[in-house]
Design a protein around this ligand. Structure first.
Ligand SMILES: [Ca+2]
Ligand SMILES: [Ca+2]
Ligand SMILES: [Ca+2]
Ligand SMILES: [Ca+2]
Length: 332
């Protein structure tokens, strides 16, 4: 609790200034596609199946946007947490997302590297980093296009981040204390638009952010309520990450528009209370598409950014009720 008390006054003072600054900075495209397994610039509808009676454990199903066909890979065990990301190569056009799992039982990240022929034949690495109970929160905290192996430990409120930069990949690390209260949800994203992820905690309708561009500062943004699911993304025109939540009780997407420093917002009803939000940029225009996965039927409902969230793509059946649907935010 100390960090909150110590920073409370500072936070209030800084919050307004921070977001004025954010509007004035040069716009840097900072989107890291964590779901583009074929490297064509569009996220792919994907699920991780912990266990399949025929195919075995740890089966990835990827609906390739480039090939318009289903790719299937075995990587992981039941109980693993899918942590797909850009580890082996920096994100960019032609570079796809690696298959990766975090295994809580031994605290190890197992990463299979993207390959241009989409066969993913090579192990990139098995990195022991973490303890049972840690929450993996991979994100690109240093802005080199590769995700850090990052963990949030609820027991001590520390973020343990093994950095992609170094003499050998992932050979050094940093520790950041941020969070630590019961119910805190770690949710890194790039809110200040400098291309680096920011340490962020969502707590009962407040977002506590350490902006990477001002690492000795912090901000508190009230947005949402207890029980909401954070779904930050780029929903409006300025390419800056918007604070947003999905409210399960009413299936509302409540988006604080970064344009005009958050003075306007949008509310869009999409999905059912029992759906899982799986927003990502499925259409490849650089903006987040609003999407839900309906476990009972394995259906994906995607509302496109191009239509300004007025038109849906054709409903896709992809996955089953026991699959883990993958979205920008599904890991949490
Ligand atoms: Ca793709
Ligand atoms: Ca990085
Ligand atoms: Ca940032
Ligand atoms: Ca889009």
């Amino acid at each position: 609790m100390n960090w909150k008390l110590n920073r409370a006054k500072k936070i209030t003072a800084i919050a307004a200034a921070l977001f004025v600054t954010m509007v004035l900075v040069v716009m840097v495209p900072a989107t890291t596609l964590a779901l583009d397994h074929d490297g064509d610039g569009q996220s792919d509808i994907s699920v991780y199946r912990p266990s399949d009676p025929v195919l075995g454990d740890g089966v990835w199903f990827v609906l390739s946007s480039a090939l318009n066909s289903t790719l299937r890979y075995q990587w992981g065990f039941a109980g693993d947490v899918p942590v797909q990301g850009n580890y082996s190569q920096a994100a960019g056009m032609g570079i796809g997302t690696d298959l990766a799992v975090f295994r809580p039982s031994d605290g190890t990240w197992y990463i299979r590297a993207f390959s241009a022929n989409l066969s993913f034949p090579n192990l990139f690495g098995a990195f022991q980093w973490g303890l049972p109970g840690d929450t993996p929160v991979p994100c690109d905290f240093d802005g080199d296009g590769r995700d850090e192996l990052a963990l949030y430990r609820a027991a001590d409120g520390n973020w343990y981040t093994r950095n992609s930069q170094g003499a050998t990949a992932y050979d050094n690390f940093t520790i950041q204390q941020w969070g630590g209260l019961s119910g805190d949800v770690p949710f890194p994203a790039d809110f200040d638009n400098d291309g680096e992820c920011d340490f962020t905690i969502y707590r009962d309708g407040n977002w506590f952010v350490i902006p990477s561009s001002e690492s000795n500062a912090s901000a508190t943004i009230p947005w949402g309520a207890a029980g909401d699911i954070p779904v930050p993304g780029q929903y409006d025109a300025d390419n800056i990450t918007d604070f947003a939540v999905f409210r399960p009780s009413s299936a509302l997407w409540i988006i604080r528009r970064s344009t005009l420093a958050g003075l306007t917002f949008r509310v869009i009803q999409w999905g059912l209370p029992t759906d899982t939000p799986v927003s990502s940029d499925f259409t490849g225009d650089g903006k987040t598409d609003i999407a839900v996965f309906r476990p009972s039927l394995g259906l994906w409902f995607v509302l496109t950014s191009e239509s300004n969230y007025t038109t849906a793509q054709a409903v896709q059946q992809f996955g089953t009720a026991t699959d883990i649907p993958l979205g920008d935010v599904a890991a949490n």
